[in-house]
Ligand binder design. Structure first.
Ligand SMILES: [Mg+2]
Length: 164
């Protein structure tokens, strides 16, 4: 399982992803996490910078779905103004939400990338599905919930293990 925690690509932020390279790899759709990937966990709406980035992404031809383990009000209030489809309470790393997102985009496994800040949900789930996985650094560790903080501890141990 430990190998499944290793992302295909690691970057600091979503803005460091070279979208042209993804396109060349055949990626046409992006499943993105919300909290601490697109904005901080306590930031209710998209920032102007993020809105620009999402527009750019779509203008290049990428499809996007927000897939979050958070609840309907958090994810819906964030995603609706952006006009981006979303799946809340996704229960990542479980497969189901990834499958649903792929069917929303009408794309197959080899054309979809997953972006997220957690190895145990975003990366593990994406890798098990055979998707291209991109790990970003969490935007803010300040406002995370109990389970996320436990996941961070496991991640830390996994990172030490992977380095060996
Ligand atoms: Mg997250």
């Amino acid at each position: 399982m430990i190998n499944k925690l290793i992302p295909d690509l690691q970057v600091d932020t979503i803005y460091d992803i070279v979208l042209a390279d993804l396109w060349k790899e055949g990626i046409r759709g992006i499943i993105t996490d919300l909290d601490n990937t697109l904005v901080g966990a306590k930031v209710p709406l998209a920032t102007p910078e993020l809105i620009q980035w999402l527009k750019h992404l779509q203008s290049l031809g990428f499809k996007v779905v927000i897939v979050s383990n958070n609840n309907e009000s958090r994810v819906g209030n964030f995603a609706r103004p952006l006009n981006i489809p979303f799946i809340h309470r996704a229960r990542k790393p479980a497969n189901q939400a990834f499958h649903r997102a792929m069917s929303i985009m009408e794309l197959k496994t080899e054309h979809v990338a997953v972006i997220g800040d957690q190895m145990l949900t975003d990366v593990l789930g994406g890798n098990r599905m055979g998707l291209f996985t991109i790990l970003v650094k969490p935007i803010s560790l300040m406002d995370e919930g109990f389970f996320t903080r436990i996941n961070r501890k496991v991640e830390k141990a996994a990172r030490v293990f992977i380095k060996k």
